[in-house]
Design a binder for this molecule. Structure first.
Ligand SMILES: [Zn+2]
Length: 168
């Protein structure tokens, strides 16, 4: 698994142990723009994520896993809150065909995502009910990773529970 370091300055200290994995999709047209948002926060409030997976399967690490990245926003899951403190956030580079729609994923990036998720879930013993979509924890506000994310492949790999896509 090849991981390239691209440090973001946007993180702080965790207030909870890692027990959650949040899947995102970045609709930006290019990897460079996605990284610009997550590393330099161009034009928006500071945001970040631990990992970004490009279309060719290259994995970029922006924030150390033991730090609290800023990807979940206002969100909750069951009785859990401050999900940034609980989770590791992974962004898949996923250009949107238009502003109302979320794009598709490549086989290469899903293969890389499965490998990375298996590693993280194993190392932190993350319960599968806590492997979630951004849209699961911020329904009504967030739609990513969207209807094309292949949850079935993650279920088959033993890395997620059956997942219902939210209405888009
Ligand atoms: Zn998201």
């Amino acid at each position: 698994m090849k991981i390239i370091s691209k440090p973001s300055r946007y993180f702080n200290e965790r207030k909870a142990p890692i027990d959650m994995l949040v899947i995102h999709a970045s609709p930006e047209p290019t990897l460079e723009r996605t990284l610009a948002f997550l590393i330099d926060a161009i034009g928006v409030a500071p945001v970040s994520a631990h990992y970004v997976i490009d279309r060719d399967g290259t994995i970029y690490q922006l924030v150390p896993e033991d730090k609290r990245a800023w990807h979940a926003g206002v969100s909750e899951w069951g009785t859990m809150t401050d999900l940034n403190s609980h989770s590791i956030g992974i962004e898949f580079q996923c250009p949107s065909p238009n502003t109302d729609e979320l794009g598709t994923f490549t086989d290469e990036q899903i293969a890389a995502g499965i490998e990375l998720c298996r590693d993280i879930i194993t190392r932190y013993h993350i319960p599968l009910e806590n492997v979630v979509a951004h849209s699961d924890i911020a329904p009504g506000r967030k739609k990513d990773p969207g209807p094309h994310f292949p949850w079935d492949q993650f279920v088959k790999a033993g890395l997620a529970l059956q997942h219902r896509h939210p209405k888009t």
